[in-house]
Design a protein around this ligand. Sequence first.
Ligand code: MN
Length: 148
Amino acid sequence: MGLEKYKKIRDFEKTSEPAGGVGSGDEALFVVQKHDASSLHYDLRLSFDGVLKSWAVPKEPPTKTGVKRLAIMTEDHPLTYATFEGTIPKGQYGGGTVEIYDSGTFELEEREDKKIVFVLKGRKLSGKYVLLKFQKAGDNGWLFFKAD
Ligand code: MN
C-alpha cells in the first residue's frame, strides 16, 4: 500500500501529524491510539515492511479471550505515527484528539493474506492476538481478538 494514500488525504500545513517516515522493516512495534473523531474508535497499528499497517476498531480492544472486535483496515501510516498524540484540527481528515492507549512490541507468529497472528507486549494488551479477514464486513473487514 505505501504512504501515498496517507499523504494524499492530509494537509500537513494544517495537521501536526507526521508527514512521513519509513522504517527499515525490522521494527516490531505496535500502538493502539484512542481516536476521538466523528466517532470514537481505537486505531490498531502494527509495523510491517517499514510502515504501520492500520485497522480502526470501533470498540475497546479485547483484553480477554472470547471477545471479537470488528477491525476495518485503513491506510498505511508512517512509522513515526507510533508516538503521535495530539489534536487533529476540525475539518481535517480524522479531526479530533489522538492519545496513545497502549504501545509496545510484538512478535509475529504467522502472516498470511487473510490471517495474522502476533504476540503483543504492551501494558494493557499482552499475549497472543489474531487478525482474521472478515469478508462479510467488506473488502477491508477483519476481526481482531485475543487467542486462547
Ligand atoms: Mn482513526
